[in-house]
Design a protein around this ligand. Structure first.
Ligand code: J9N
Length: 265
């Protein structure tokens, strides 16, 4: 995969030389290049922004500078990605489809006030695949951290990057739609806290059941939104018994928590 990142802060992307993404680069699995947007300016001050039409606080990034950069970097089969707090949140499913389908990503990191809206519209009109994405409902100063997150989440899914592909499916936000169960290692007692005895029992079936129950209980407690989205066909009798003990019932659309008002007295 080829990835081009355009930013006014190229040093912000320095961590992409480290760890797993750094290894994927040296292994030739990903060709990642970081560009300074100011290289496409033509004035003495290397200006990339201007005041907003209609007034208001802050500055807006100029379409002419972005146009010059993106005309040069986009090819026939590129996916233009724009981090913005107004985009839909990045999800594991989205990272998976990018890792599976895209040959070339161009990530345009704007500042918080944004890039002139005609830029995304222009490339979409020209037939470029354009996606605005967010990381969540909080404000960053610019798109650089969002670019780092997207790149790490996608690159780790490329064939040959993560040593054991098994660890890619057994994790939180994996296909089961549940949070991960808690994990433990040695020592078996640490500051008087014991590892749950079932994990030391050597009984594989009991361990699997315990982990599934922990995943269900954690998801119910921490992410009821995820629990409600589970496909009821994926829940067996034992899952339903566990959920019932947690106060949930499984309806035709998935698990539901009966509201107190709905209970007859
Ligand atoms: N989730 C999120 C993205 C952002 C951005 S992208 C560019 C500026 C700010 N803030 N929050």
């Amino acid at each position: 995969m080829r990835i081009d990142v355009v930013t006014i802060f190229p040093d912000y992307l320095a961590p992409l030389s480290l760890s797993l993404v750094g290894k994927a680069r040296t292994a030739g699995i990903v060709d990642l290049r970081v560009h300074d947007l100011r290289d496409w300016t033509t004035d003495r001050h290397r200006t990339v922004d201007d005041t907003p039409f209609g007034g208001g606080a802050g500055m807006v990034m100029r379409p002419d500078i972005w146009g010059a950069a993106l005309d040069e970097l986009l090819g026939e089969d590129s996916h233009l990605l724009l981090p913005t707090p107004s985009g839909a949140s990045l999800t594991q499913r989205r990272s998976e489809s990018i890792a599976r389908e895209d040959e070339h990503l161009v990530i345009a990191c704007g500042r918080y006030e944004g890039i002139d809206a005609r830029v995304a519209a222009h490339y979409a009109d020209r037939g470029v695949r354009v996606s605005e994405f967010s990381l969540g409902d909080y404000v960053l100063n610019g798109g650089e951290v969002a670019a780092l997150v997207l790149i790490e989440s996608v690159v780790r899914l490329l064939p040959g990057v993560v040593g054991n592909p098994h660890s890619l499916v057994e994790e939180s936000h994996g296909e089961a739609g549940l949070l991960e169960y808690p994990v433990y290692t040695k020592p078996p007692v640490w500051r008087e806290a014991e590892v749950p005895p079932v994990l030391l029992s050597g009984h594989h079936g009991k361990v699997e059941r315990w982990r599934r129950d922990q995943a269900l209980a954690r998801t119910a407690e921490r992410r009821p939104d995820l629990l409600r989205r589970l496909d009821p066909a994926e829940l067996d009798k034992k899952d339903r018994a566990t959920l019932s003990e947690l106060g949930w019932t499984v309806g035709e659309h998935g698990p539901v928590l009966p509201s107190p008002e709905a209970v007859a007295d």
